[in-house]
Design a protein. Sequence first.
Length: 205
Amino acid sequence: MNVLGIYGSPRKGGNSDTILDRVLDGAASAGAVASRIYVRDLNFKGCVECGGCRDTGRCVTPDDMQSVYPKLIDSHIIFLSSPVFFYGMSSQLKAFIDRCQALWSRRMIMKSAEERKRHEGGRGYLVMVGATKGVNLFTGGELTAKYFFDSLDKSYEGGIFFKAEGRGDVLNNPGDLKRAYEFGVQAVKSGDHAQAGYNRRVTRE
């Protein structure tokens, strides 16, 4: 099983990076092959809404996103991580997500309206870390993640959320690190069960 971790923080080694590291460690321990994308290291710009992908499902902008699209499509599970910025994701990660308009177009082209009611491209999960105490602190991020994964033909399966004030705070909380590790383990195990069920359906049909 191919698992992809997308690191959305502009800051290297921050709390969301640390948590996603632990999630991927858990996924690898359950037998997954984990790879990583650090959005901060990519050379790309946001979507300019040129419409170039509308008829083909392919983005026409020649930058680092071209090497990213196949990884998004081919991964069975994606873990998306970000710190909270103004009750949403980081601007870098949001620009990354906006550039997946091409994959939304691709799904519209490849699948009928009835077929789009099902997600057959895998599963997606969200990892977020925030500092304030707002009741809806992670709501904006979840909505964005849900429709990002929808564009990839992946179902949004929920998230794991943490409160942390300063850089590296999560390292002082073994319980949070353990919870992240187990989250990765369970996501892979759930994915194995889902894939087994899919294989049985294909065999019967």
